[in-house]
Design a protein around this ligand. Structure first.
Ligand code: C5P
Length: 234
């Protein structure tokens, strides 16, 4: 059994009961649980508390993005759930991130931290160009990492392809990486992907893995195999 794994399993399932059931099954092979927008808005934020009760760090991927006062209020509310991390979009700007950091810090008594979401791993250069964003994902992540760092974020969510950029610009930020796919596995809607081994070699602190585990015929074996690639280096 691998107990020191850096896998955060994204429990993107239909109901809170499904999420908690799967979390219990894969718990021996993962380091943390993530609850995303589908469940936070469907089952409600109480699902996060049910996962906290299982004894591993919980990541509420709330992807906050609004004016600072609203994001501060939402972060304050989420901080009472006992979660370890919540996310806010860096594109909301420095004042919004600082409001999130402050609200979360206050209600969690400093236990929880904000992870800044940079450029979604489902987006490619062409998507950015269509939106009027002229910079490459790498350049955007570089600028966003600096803002997240200066705004008090604990870490950053980025594609495995941008890990080196984050390390260069803001070395103290925790690097959390979705878009991870084992060799031969379906990419789904993810675009800027890498294998677990490559992502760890490039300096990821945590790997977020959803469908390669939750959609596997045998999620426990899938989690075990991916976890073996994501041990904490000695
Ligand atoms: O199923 P899959 O492994 O693609 O799941 C990745 C998870 O990471 C999803 O829950 C998604 O919301 C999240 N995520 C992402 N890209 C980001 C931030 C979070 O894919 N930039």
């Amino acid at each position: 059994m691998v107990t020191d794994t850096r896998i955060i399993v994204a429990l993107d399932l239909a109901t809170a009961e499904d999420a908690v059931r799967l979390a219990k099954r894969v718990a021996p092979h993962v380091g943390a649980f993530k609850v995303g927008l589908g469940l936070l808005h469907g089952a409600g934020p109480g699902v996060a508390t049910a996962l906290v009760d299982l004894g591993k760090p919980v990541f509420a991927d709330a992807k906050l993005h609004d004016i600072p006062s609203q994001v501060g209020a939402a972060a304050h509310r989420l901080g009472r759930l006992g979660v370890r991390w919540i996310t806010a979009h860096v594109s909301g700007g420095g004042a919004m991130l600082r409001a999130a950091v402050e609200g979360l810090g206050e209600s969690s008594n400093g236990f929880a931290g904000i992870l800044g979401v940079t450029v979604l791993t489902s987006l490619e250069q062409t998507d950015l160009t269509t939106l009027g964003m002229a910079n490459t994902p790498g350049k955007m992540v570089s600028k966003m990492s600096r803002v997240a760092d200066q705004s008090g974020c604990e870490g950053i969510v980025c594609s495995p392809q941008e890990l080196a950029v984050v390390a260069a610009v803001a070395p103290s930020l925790l690097k959390v990486t979705p878009g991870v796919r084992p060799e031969g596995s379906a990419t789904g809607d993810q675009r800027r992907v890498m294998t677990p081994t490559e992502a760890m070699e490039r300096g990821a602190d945590w790997l977020v893995v959803g469908r390669p585990i939750t959609g596997a015929a045998d999620p426990v074996s899938a989690a075990q195999a991916i976890a073996a690639e994501a041990k904490i280096p000695d």
